[in-house]
Design a protein around this ligand. Structure first.
Ligand SMILES: [Zn+2]
Length: 389
């Protein structure tokens, strides 16, 4: 029996709570020599009291002749102070239970978020102690090449795991898979370059696909690409009907294990093209565009292979001098005719462009000329790539 479990006098705890109220948090922590709690708090009359020093104070009251309980003697959590207090009938909550994050919350860093809620301060996909909602972190400066978030269209989010093949059973990926199958909303946190992490939007997990990626050392591997979409709020009644349809459809085609040759070697342009075409036109008669992420990922990869790492525009004045964070050339894969305007999700309607050409094509004065030229470029590049394989 540990000394901690000797504590069984409710009056000793009540006395310690009164002492906390008298001294204030800082004075109380100081008197007993404890650091602030990170995860577990006793909740009484709307106040949150750090569980560990509270238990130490109550112990001193019940056993004035014993040696004091010191911070190193026990934990504050469900195996320690929280357990003892709950057994005596007190309400113990985590910070996330007492006050879960609300939209717009912002923290200077993952560490400051950790100081508030506890839990994991590194992983990209986490739950907070005591709270089952999944939190997804995207850092514009981070190691993953995620799409920038958009509030108006689905966007891709790379799965967790920097080395080796990614797996659905890895912690963060397992969290997101649970949110996907249970259709639970997730909190999406984003940190722009040089900015702070803020709870940007609620999202739903529309679907996922296995894609050909590269690990931190540039070796080919399979990666999970999660498709997220912003929703107005956590309650599914607030979600547009189109989103619910997409989840239904994605559910039917979701594979639990990576398949195809990509796990072993890089697929060829022709193989990827065949995969794109085998998945159909990607559009149905309904007004909501059908989103087929496996098809999109294959088409995108095919165009990057076809480009050979160079901007495909004949007008290109030069690639950026630096590679991206994966050590690959900085290229955007662009739909020549927008998907939203009926353009096909097919390499014949896609080009790899450097950021300059991409900006000229989308924001320049000669958009129409770019479009017709690039359609010819894509057709010719497609024919050449098929010739090669
Ligand atoms: Zn260019």
């Amino acid at each position: 029996m540990t000394r901690l479990s000797l504590l069984n006098d409710v009056r000793a705890v009540v006395g310690a709570i009164e002492e906390f109220a008298e001294l204030g948090r800082e004075g109380f922590l100081q008197r007993y020599g404890f650091a602030p709690s990170r995860e577990y708090f006793l909740r009484v009359d709307g106040a949150l009291i750090d569980t560990k020093p509270l238990v130490a104070a109550a112990y001193r009251r019940q056993f004035p002749d014993h040696r004091d309980l010191l911070p190193a003697d026990f934990s504050g959590g469900v195996d320690g102070a929280a357990k003892v207090l709950r057994r005596l009938g007190f309400e113990v909550v985590t910070r996330a239970q007492a006050r879960p994050p609300v939209l717009g919350d912002s923290y200077a860093s993952r560490t400051s978020l950790y100081e508030q809620y506890g839990g994991d301060k590194v992983a990209g996909i986490v739950t907070l102690p005591g709270d089952s909602t999944v939190n997804v972190f995207s850092d514009a400066d981070g190691p993953y090449d995620d799409d920038p978030p958009t509030l108006v269209a689905p966007f891709g989010y790379r799965g967790e795991g920097l080395s080796g093949p990614q797996e659905l059973t890895q912690r963060g990926n397992a969290h997101l898979e649970r949110a996907r199958t249970a259709r639970e909303p997730v909190r999406f946190w984003y940190r722009p370059v040089g900015g702070t992490f803020s709870f940007l939007t609620w999202c739903v997990v529309l679907g996922r696909t296995w894609i050909d990626g590269r690990d931190a050392k540039g070796r080919p591997r399979v990666e999970l690409e999660w498709m997220l979409e912003a929703v107005p709020g956590p309650a599914s009644e607030q979600w547009p009907a189109a989103i619910v349809n997409v989840i239904d459809e994605a559910d039917a085609t979701t594979e639990n294990h990576p398949s195809g040759p990509e796990a072993a070697r890089e697929p060829t342009y022709a193989e990827l093209l065949a995969r794109v075409e085998a998945r159909g036109q990607g559009r149905s008669g309904s007004r909501a565009p059908r989103v087929d992420y496996a098809r999109s990922a294959a088409a995108r990869r095919a165009v990057l292979i076809r480009s050979g790492g160079q901007c495909e525009s004949a007008r290109c004045t030069g690639m950026p001098g630096e590679p991206n964070r994966q050590g690959e050339p900085i290229l955007d894969v662009d739909h020549i005719r927008d998907l939203a305007r009926g353009g096909a999700d097919h390499p014949l309607n896609m080009v790899a462009l450097c950021p300059n050409c991409h900006a000229s094509k989308t924001r320049g004065a000669f958009a129409l000329r770019w479009r017709s030229e690039l359609a010819r470029v894509a057709a010719a590049a497609n024919a050449r790539a098929l010739d090669r394989t």
